[in-house]
Design a protein around this ligand. Structure first.
Ligand code: HEM
Length: 436
């Protein structure tokens, strides 16, 4: 058996997504939790086989019917490239009675308070499920069947639905051309773990390669880089890092190989204010031209969309504002910054629910082999650290428009058998996990 990552991470992103966080209900011990996860696995397995519940002639009409019906009553429905990705929140490891030595070493609580963007729904859930497909009905059916079949065992904490970015090209959105709701290309600068093994190493845990993790700098004021040196800030002032940055793990348990850390932040964006902001303000905020997507320190040409920004080789070049989104989230000036990159796989969010105008935003989602050296570092040391890259520089300019609806950090376990889509590992409580 070859272990491998879950299918919904590396495949071409489907048109729609529903992400749901669930809490375990009732007794929180390992036996009950494993039972619940096995029931969840069984439901998902049936969905991935397009298996509708049995329709029998002797149906007892005084009872609820096991099949909800919106996909009809014949098996083999078109799943439209359905994948279902399952992850575990921090609290699931308590319920599963996983000893410290066997826990994913980098999993921590959600960072929203620390970054000054508290979530409207504070719970992050024990379990997270990402349902991706080209057909919203199929996604809804998976969500509903989980809800129905596991009622009394899993309780929804939050659910958000996202839809693919826009692209003027026919067919599914290509990352190079797709636009976020804010009207800018999004996905331009991203890892490509499906095609590049170097990028894949930054996305999936490899317990044998922990020495490759960059060290985190100490908290407090950092030295100002002198001409010719790499480093953050200007020649006269360096950043101040928080004192409580997460420490970097030196080992991960063997079972986590091919697993990955997921960060979800469903963000409502202040679109009315954004739309009334001058074009120049929008471009300074993002750090790219709105039309071409090129970095603001290059010419405004389509051909420059993928070109590295000039600030990458000359940090003194501030035509891309040091607090712009692309520079705060990837400053490209520390010697280890390449290893801090994450794989983004977000979905724009459009919520029209009868309470005022449509709320628009993004389900930001990233996968990375660590939290401490990547997403957690990006959020806390760079983007939302007002003292980066220089004291009192301010947070990421995009921050002003962002409100967190819900989200969290999760560990997405590997598949024990890369060819069996529901063979995700239930985190073990001893060194020799049982095969599913
Ligand atoms: C509503 C919220 C957000 C919007 C609309 C948004 C939009 C964008 C846009 C337009 C770009 C530039 C295009 C590109 O390089 O792909 C970008 C880049 C990026 N964003 Fe966001 N973003 C949001 C939230 C976040 C969050 C919460 C993070 C957390 C880490 C993040 C991380 C990044 C990263 C790492 C890049 C690539 C920067 C680079 O390498 O040049 N974004 N985003």
């Amino acid at each position: 058996m070859t272990q491998g990552p879950q299918a919904g991470i590396l495949n071409r992103p489907q048109e729609h997504e529903i992400v749901v966080a669930y809490d375990l209900v009732g007794t929180r011990d390992r036996a009950t939790t494993v039972d619940t996860l096995e029931l969840l696995r069984a439901v998902i397995e049936r969905e991935l086989r397009s298996d509708i519940d049995e329709i029998r002639d002797d149906t007892d009409k005084s009872q609820p019917f096991p099949e909800t019906g919106e996909l009809g009553y014949a098996d083999n429905f078109n799943r439209s490239f359905l994948t279902v990705t399952v992850g575990n929140g921090l609290t699931a490891f308590d319920a599963l009675e996983v000893p410290a030595a066997l826990r994913p070493a980098d999993l921590i609580a959600a960072p929203f308070e620390q970054i000054g963007l508290p979530a409207a729904t504070t719970g992050t859930g024990d379990i997270v499920v990402q349902i991706n497909t080209d057909n919203v009905y199929v996604a809804e059916h998976v969500q509903r069947r989980i809800e129905f079949t596991l009622a009394g065992r899993l309780q929804t904490v939050w659910a958000v639905r996202g839809d693919q970015r826009f692209t003027s090209r026919a067919g599914r959105a290509s990352s190079g051309e797709a636009r976020a709701l804010i009207g800018f290309h999004d996905g331009t600068s991203n890892l490509d773990p499906a095609h590049l093994s170097e990028d894949s190493k930054l996305v999936f845990v490899d317990p044998a390669n922990m020495a490759d993790y960059p060290a985190n700098p100490p908290g407090g004021p950092q030295p100002a880089p002198q001409p010719g040196q790499t480093g953050y800030g200007t020649t006269t002032s360096g950043p101040i890092f928080p004192d409580d940055l997460q420490s970097v793990p030196t080992s991960e348990p063997a079972w986590t190989a091919h697993g990955t850390y997921l960060f979800v932040q469903a963000i409502e964006f202040d679109m009315p204010e954004w739309d009334h902001s001058p074009l120049g303000t929008q471009e300074t905020t993002v750090g790219r031209y709105k039309r071409s997507g090129a970095s603001l320190d290059l010419d405004d040409l389509d051909a420059n969309r993928k070109a590295p920004p000039a600030f990458a080789t000359n940090p003194a070049d501030t035509r891309v504002d040091p607090t712009s989104h692309i520079r705060k989230s990837n400053p490209r000036s520390g010697s280890d910054d390449n290893k801090r990159r994450i794989f983004r796989r977000g979905y724009p969010l459009i919520v029209a629910d009868g309470t005022g105008t449509t709320r628009r935003g993004l389900i930001f989602q990233s996968f990375s082999r660590s939290i401490s050296t990547q997403i957690g570092f990006i959020l806390r040391a760079w983007m939302f650290n007002p003292n980066f890259p220089t004291p009192q520089a301010g947070p990421d300019r995009l921050n002003h428009f962002m409100h967190t609806i819900c989200g969290g950090y999760y560990f997405v376990p590997p598949l024990l058998n890369a060819h069996r889509l529901t063979s995700w590992t239930i985190p073990p409580n001893s060194e020799t996990p049982a095969a599913p």
